[in-house]
Design a protein around this ligand. Structure first.
Ligand SMILES: Cc1cc2nc3c(=O)[nH]c(=O)nc-3n(C[C@H](O)[C@H](O)[C@H](O)COP(=O)(O)OP(=O)(O)OC[C@H]3O[C@@H](n4cnc5c(N)ncnc54)[C@H](O)[C@@H]3O)c2cc1C
Length: 382
């Protein structure tokens, strides 16, 4: 049995654990200094902007497409495997367009998605008022409706992935901080490091002692940079992941916003209005999230930014004025510096270390495609 260690149990680490648990003869251990889904994943809104994304080619679209396709099979699979009440919103995403939006750009996307086998609709304002009467704003010029995009609670998803992975023999250790990766010169060479001296991680130093590893997957979000920095060889690309703070609000109303039977995610001017599908939380919505570039992991959220977000949401959905605020929260998105998100690749100079981090604003969306890439990279190495 090969020992595979995954560092981090956010949505990325948990998704990878579930995906690679299908490879035979692996002993998989997931380590996290916290319980599952606490960091960025615990703050996320779970809006999966796939078909409606403006990404149309290359890796960015390929990962989105692979993820949407996988979610359609994964969610029923997880619900059946875990027997829990995992629910997700299948009523799509409605993106409001304002005067500054370029209609021809959206029409080009609608045409392209049709060629790619996906569906997007352009809605005139009258159609918006009819289907979503809660939306009122004189500057709205139309909307794009994406019926195949989903939303899911990222914490519930991660916990379901953990439970399903445990059923398949994966071990999870929470409250364990990984301090350092121990390595030695490699005896085996891969195509990445042919004719060079490669390093091979042999074990991890953790607060629970040494953990042996035949391969290591670093899915530690913002914790990835300090783990990887000492391992970067000269010429290797640094994995510099910085925090971008996001704040959000959970509110409850006396009745649903708009039509009770049609509750899509509505997004306008970068604010998501997310109906919760949890039957125990009736007429409850998440509203978020701010995008705040910060230079420290310990910065306090700015209350004024949250208030602006709330007032902007009320501006396009006035009924929110009557909502009771149940809670507010914030989280830090892991954003790579000077390179596109996410980072899913082997660590240069190492035979057996893979990196899966820096998913910034789309970690929940891109988790399935990330896990598929990691599975294929791992299969080449073990
Ligand atoms: C407010 C907000 C809203 C968002 N909304 C969306 C959305 O709608 N859709 C979407 O797709 N994405 C969204 N995101 C982005 C998404 O949350 C992230 O991209 C995603 O959660 C990243 O997951 P991760 O597993 O890489 O990181 P994390 O969830 O941060 O998990 C990393 C884990 O690694 C552990 N760790 C770190 N270092 C160590 C160490 N040395 N030893 C042990 N454990 C360690 C941490 O404890 C943590 O549990 C949102 C983010 C925020 C903040």
């Amino acid at each position: 049995m090969k020992q595979i260690v995954i560092i981090g149990c956010g949505v990325i680490g948990a998704m990878i654990a579930y995906e690679i648990s299908q490879i035979p003869n692996l002993q998989i251990t997931v380590l996290d200094r916290q319980p599952p889904a606490q960091a960025a994943t615990g703050a996320a809104l779970g809006v999966l902007m796939g078909v409606i994304s403006q990404k149309t080619k290359g890796r960015a679209w390929a990962m989105r497409q692979a993820s949407i396709q996988r979610y359609n099979t994964l969610l029923p699979e997880l619900a059946a495997l875990t027997g829990n009440s995992l629910t997700w919103n299948q009523q799509g995403i409605l993106k409001l367009c304002f005067a500054e939006d370029d209609r021809s750009r959206w029409q080009a996307l609608i045409d392209l998605r049709q060629q790619q086998g996906w569906q997007l609709e352009y809605w005139q304002p009258e159609h918006i008022w009819e289907r979503c009467p809660q939306i009122q704003h004189s500057d709205i010029t139309g909307a794009i409706y994406s019926p195949q995009d989903l939303q899911i609670d990222p914490t519930a998803l991660t916990l379901a992935l953990v439970a399903a992975s445990q059923q398949r023999g994966v071990t999870f250790q929470f409250g364990v901080d990984v301090l350092k990766l121990e390595h030695s010169s490699a005896t085996r060479q891969t195509s990445d490091c042919l004719h060079t001296t490669c390093l091979h991680t042999t074990c991890l130093h953790t607060t629970a002692g040494e953990v042996p590893a035949d391969a290591v997957i670093i899915a530690a979000g913002l914790g990835s940079t300090p783990l990887i920095a000492p391992l970067i060889k000269s010429g290797g690309q640094p994995v510099d992941v910085h925090p971008v703070l996001g704040q959000a609000i959970q509110v409850q109303l006396q009745q649903p916003l708009g039509e009770p039977c049609f509750q899509p995610v509505i997004t306008g001017q970068d604010i998501h209005l997310v109906p919760l599908v949890d039957p125990e939380l009736s007429h409850t919505y998440w509203v978020g999230a701010t995008v705040e570039f910060v230079d420290s992991l310990s910065i306090e959220p700015d209350a004024a930014r949250l208030e602006t977000l709330w007032q902007d949401a009320i501006a396009f959905c006035p009924a929110l004025k009557n909502a009771a605020v149940l809670k507010t929260w914030s989280g830090l998105r892991p954003r790579p510096q000077n390179r596109p998100a996410p980072i899913v690749e082997p660590l240069v100079g190492f035979t057996n270390v893979l990196i899966a981090t820096g998913h910034y604003r789309n970690g929940v969306l891109l988790a399935p495609a990330t896990a598929q890439i990691v599975r294929s990279l791992l299969s080449e190495r073990i």
